[in-house]
Design a binder for this molecule. Sequence first.
Ligand SMILES: Nc1ncnc2c1ncn2[C@@H]1O[C@H](COP(=O)(O)OP(=O)(O)OP(=O)(O)O)[C@@H](O)[C@H]1O
Ligand SMILES: [Mg+2]
Length: 394
Amino acid sequence: MPLSESYQPEEIEERDEEIAAYMDALQPIVDGWEPNNVFLYGNTGVGKTAVTEYLLSMLQEDVKAYGDVDLSVLSINCKTLNSSYQVAVEMVNTLRPTGAEISSTGYPQQTVFKKLYDELEALSGTVVIVLDEIDSIGDQDELLYELPRAQANGYLEDTSLGVIGISNDFKFRDKLDPRVQDTLCERELQFPPYDAPELTNILSSRADIAINEGAYEQGVLNLCAALAARDSGSARQALDLLRLAGEIAENAETTRIQEQHVEQARTKLEQERVEEGMRELTVHGRLALLAVIAKAAADETPCRNRELYEEYQRLCEQAGTDPLVQRSVHNHLSDLRMFGILSAKENRSGSRGNYYSYELNVPFESAVEAMSDVLHLDTEITQIKKRATHNEVR
Ligand SMILES: Nc1ncnc2c1ncn2[C@@H]1O[C@H](COP(=O)(O)OP(=O)(O)OP(=O)(O)O)[C@@H](O)[C@H]1O
Ligand SMILES: [Mg+2]
C-alpha cells in the first residue's frame, strides 16, 4: 500500500543534492576501492532510510551489471537493539543460515565480535553494513569503535568493510568517542527537513499511485504538506496525515478527501502523539506539563522556567506530592520538548545569562484531555479548562 510506512518508493523526490553527495561518498565502492564510512543524520522522516535503501539497491544493480565488484549489503535496524552486543548478535544471525543462529545471551562480547568477523570474512569482497537508528545502541558503543578498524586490526583480510551509520539524534554523534567520530564519521551527510513545496511534490507523486484521480480535493495535498512543514518537515508526518484523512473520508462515506478530513486527521495524530509522550512521563513530568498547560490557559505562554516552576510547586501541593528541585523539573521540560509536546525558546538576558521559555507545541485541547486521563486532579483541571474558555485559548 503506497501510503503505508513500509512502502519503499520507486522514485525519490526533492533529494537530488543529497543523493549526489551520498553517491560521491559511495563512489569508491563502484571503483572497487576501500569504501568510506558514512554517517548520515537528519530529523525524523526526512528520507534517510528511504534514500539509503534506494541508493544501495541501485548500487547493487550497477555492480551486478558490470560484474567486476563483489558487493554485499547488510542492513540492520538497531531500534530494538540496545547495545553493541545485541547488534553484533543480530548481524551474525542475519548472515548465518536458518538453524545456525547463535543465542542472544551468554557469550563474552569479544566472542560475538569474533563470530561476526568470521561471517564477514567469509563473504569476502566489499561489504557495506548499514546501521540504521544507530543511536539505540546507547553508551555501549564498542562495536562502532571496532568495526571500522577490523581490517587494520587484522580481523579481515579478504573483505573490505564500509559502515553507514544513520541517526536522527544529533546529540548521539557528539557524544561518541572522538576516535569513533574520526573513523565512523569519515563522510558526514545531513538531510535537512522538507519545506512545504517539497512535501507537496512527495505527496503528489505518492498520491498518483495510491489514490484515484478526483478522489481528493485540490487543497488537500497542500494542506497536509503545509501542516507537516510547519511542524517537523517530515515526509512521514505528511504521508500519515494524508493516509488518515483518507481513512476518515472513507468512514464518513464521502467520495472525496476534503480539507476538513485533514484537519480531523491532524487533531487525531496530535492527540496520539501527546498520549504516547504522556505514557512515557513520570508523575513529575506530567505535573510539569500541567504547569505549562495551566499557564497556557491563563494566556501566559511562552513562560519562563522559573515561573513554570512556581506553578509546578503549586500543582504538587494540590496533588499531595513533594516537589522536585528546579533543575530536575527543567530536565522534565526538556524531555517534553524532545517528545514534541513543548517548544522552547532560548532568551538571552544580558548579565543574567540565558533562560528558556516554554509553550505548548500541540493544541491546548489535546494536551488537557490527555492530562485529565492520567492525572487525578479533577478540580484543578476543571478550573484550568474554565480559565481557557474564558481566555479563548483552544
Ligand atoms: N524524498 C522522498 N521522496 C519520496 N518519499 C519519501 C522521501 N523522503 C521520505 N519519503 C517517505 O517518507 C517516509 C519517511 O521517510 P524515511 O523512513 O526515509 O525517514 P527517516 O529519515 O529514515 O526517518 P527516521 O529518522 O524516523 O527513521 C517513508 O515512507 C519514505 O518512503
Ligand atoms: Mg529511518
